[in-house]
Every structure is written in C-alpha cells, then in structure tokens.
Design a binder for this molecule. Structure first.
Ligand code: PMP
Length: 392
C-alpha cells in the first residue's frame, strides 16, 4: 500500500478527458465579462458569479490600480500582527454599513471566513445546524469546529424543527446559504428566524450569492426579508458581485472582538491584498450609485427563467440569477456541456457527489451586463440542443 494508490486509482476524470467531455479547469485568456476567450475563441459566459459585471468596471479597476500604487501588491503578514492597513478598516466600516451590522471583519477568502467563524464561535458541547445543501466551506467550517454538526433537509422547516427539538437547551447556530449556490433558491429566513426564537438558537446567513442580488442596494438576504435584527451573523464573499477575492463576517462588536483574538484563519494567514480591498470599496459604492445594474440583473433573470420554462426545461426551485437546468444523468450533462461549448457558450455542469446520480445540472448564471442579443442567442441554442438530447 502506498499513499499514491488513491491517485492512481482515480481514473474517472482521465476517462472523461479522453472522451473530450472534460469541462473543468478551462483556461480563459481574457477578463471576466459577458464574453470571454476560451481556446482563442469568443465564448458567451453563462457561468460567472460576477452578477453585476463589476470585475471590469473602470472605477473598480482604477481603485485597484491606485491602491497598488499607494500600498504595493501585498501585506506580507496577517491582520493580527503586521498586515492591517487603513484601507482594511475603511472596507470593514463600509461592509458593516452595507449589511446594517455594528461591525465587520475581512478575511482573505470567503472560504476562510466560514472556517474562521464556525470553528471559533461553536465549541465542544454546542451545535452547528446546517441545511443539507449548504456550501462546502460551511461543511468544512463545521468539521473544523469541536461542536457537533446536525443537518436538516434542504429548506424543510419541519425537518429543521425536528433537529432543534432534540437540542433544546444547548447553545446552537443555524447556518444557511441566503441564496443557494447551485439551486438558486432563497433560504426561508422568516420561518428559520421564528424557529430560532422558539428554540433559542442563533442564525447565520452565508450571503455569497445574495450580495449584489437581493436586498436594498444588494445588501443581501436579511435585508430582503427585513430580518437584519434577527440574523446574528452575516457572511459574505468578495469573489462574486463584489468583483475581487476575499470574504467577511458581520455581526455585533463582541463577536468581532472575539474572532480577532481566536479565529485562526484570520490570525495565521496573510491579510487581504490592498488592491482587493480597494476594489470592494469601489464595488460597494457602485452598487449604491448605479441601482439600475441590479434592476437589469433581475430583468435578465426573469427573461431567462421564462425562456427556459417555456421551452420545457425543469429549473427546479430557482428564483435568482442562478438558474440550474435539471438534465438527468452525468453523460447527458457532459454532452450538453460539449454541445454548448461547441456553439460558443460557457456553462458549468454539476455532477455527483454534488447532486444525486440522475439529477445532474447545467448551472447557468446571469449578469446585469448581458445584452438581450446575447440572451436570445443562448435561448436559441439551448432549445436546439435540449431537443437533440431529449432533455426538453
Ligand atoms: N459560500 C458560498 C455559498 C459560496 O458559493 C462560496 C464560493 N463558491 C464561498 C462561500 C466561498 O467564497 P470564496 O470564493 O470567497 O472563497
């Protein structure tokens, strides 16, 4: 037996590569826009999380360049010791204001933010209660915590209550994705908050896909439902609408002070590069000053939801710019990916273990900067290819 046996025995991806159906690690040689260059070919991007199209907004780019000129390219240390810049503090104030919380703390990625808060705030003898479709970074945060993870069926409030009843008198945190990253549906926050009150639990919302999409000025799920006071912890990432990389936790000052002294992914990892901090500050300003971007995002979303449904596609429970198409088994998903790629369309296939074997997804996501012409082109191709494959 050898450590590398598992690597040798992992042959599935190689088989798919040989067949020419391998859809991962595609190399893009242009900026993240509605059209990208893949293998030298212009490709319509229907797989980006840059919901507001801000990664190439001139003001975001300019802010980033100016930050590099002023601070250089990196911080060479963690927030705790030698890597806190004034621009980090400014960013955290803007983030707290955006989500209407007292205080915020920036991490170097959204993944780290989830690891950093969950492993720190829930300790031995306490519980982490997660939706079965929560993001991998939440699952890994729960694994890192000494608390015990309990799961409930996706958006199933009876199941959540069943779990809560069993841990009535113990400290516990319910963690949900505000907008679920694959299904594109929204957490049932009003019911979740009611149950949390009834069973004395705290609530955390991962707003990675909600920021820039729902709530006033794109401020996320809690604002969308008018429940900011009932949601204790809001997590967000900068890698989607906010046009950069990084993440944050927002909540009360007590929590932030505690995280600053105990959250290992914050203390023992280098801080966010200045260019990223500046990009996010600029992106937040644009979200406020150009509300038409969010309106256009929703116009595009409604157009595509309607178009897909009229053709006969099953879009599941989607209610946001993330629109998955349920296409059946893995080979159908890969074939559809390939046929779309050949037509110059970029999408993301989702296969087991992320989904059950016969319920693979073609995950599409839309941006406010997509034009009607681009979307009509896509609908036409989806109709032709869906019919050819017998999906619709
Ligand atoms: N939470 C959710 C719901 C996500 O979709 C992601 C990224 N895919 C993350 C957290 C992690 O964010 P980041 O990319 O900033 O590490």
């Amino acid at each position: 037996m050898n450590l590398y046996d598992k690597c040798k025995n992992f042959t599935e991806a190689k088989k798919i590569q040989k067949l020419g159906f391998y859809p991962y690690f595609r190399v893009i040689s242009s900026e993240q826009d509605t059209e990208v260059i893949v293998n030298g070919k212009k490709t319509l991007m229907l797989g980006s999380n840059s919901y507001l199209g801000l990664t190439n907004h001139p003001k975001v780019k300019e802010a980033s360049i100016n930050a590099i000129k002023k601070y250089g390219t990196g911080c060479a240390g963690s927030r705790f010791l030698n890597g806190t810049l004034d621009i980090h503090i400014e960013l955290e104030e803007k983030l707290a204001e955006l989500v209407s919380k007292d205080s915020a703390l920036a991490y170097s990625t959204g993944f780290q933010a989830n690891l950093g808060v969950l492993a720190t705030i829930v300790v031995r003898g306490e519980y982490l209660i997660t939706d079965k479709l929560d993001h991998a970074s939440i699952i890994d945060g729960c694994r890192l915590s000494y608390g015990k993870m309990l799961r409930f069926n996706h958006n199933d409030m009876n199941d959540l209550e069943r779990v809560l009843k069993n841990v009535k008198d113990t400290p516990k945190l319910i963690i949900i994705d505000g907008v679920f990253s694959m299904e594109g549906d929204i957490a049932k926050l009003p019911e979740i908050c009611k149950l949390a009150e009834k069973y004395n639990a705290q609530v955390m919302s991962d707003d990675a896909h909600a920021l820039g999409v729902i709530g006033k000025n794109g401020s996320g799920t809690s604002d969308h439902f008018g429940l900011t006071d009932k949601v204790d912890i809001i997590m967000g990432t900068f890698s989607k609408s906010l046009a950069s990389i990084g993440g944050f936790i927002a909540g009360n000052e007590l929590l932030m002070h505690y995280l600053k002294h105990f959250s290992r992914p914050l203390i023992f990892s280098a801080s966010l590069p200045p260019a990223s901090a500046a990009s996010v500050i600029a992106a937040i300003e644009i979200m406020k000053s150009e509300p038409e971007r969010i309106e256009k995002l929703w116009k595009n979303t409604r157009k595509m939801q309607k178009g897909f449904k009229e053709m006969g596609y099953d879009i599941g429970t989607s209610e946001t710019p993330i629109i998955p198409l349920h296409v059946g088994d893995m080979m159908t998903a890969f074939k559809m990916w390939k046929m779309l790629a050949d037509e110059g369309i970029f999408i993301n296939p989702v296969i087991p273990p992320a989904v059950p074997p016969n319920d693979c997804l073609i995950r599409t996501s839309f941006m406010s900067t997509h034009t009607d012409k681009q979307l009509d082109f896509a609908l036409d191709k989806f109709e032709k290819i869906g019919k050819k494959l017998g999906v619709i």
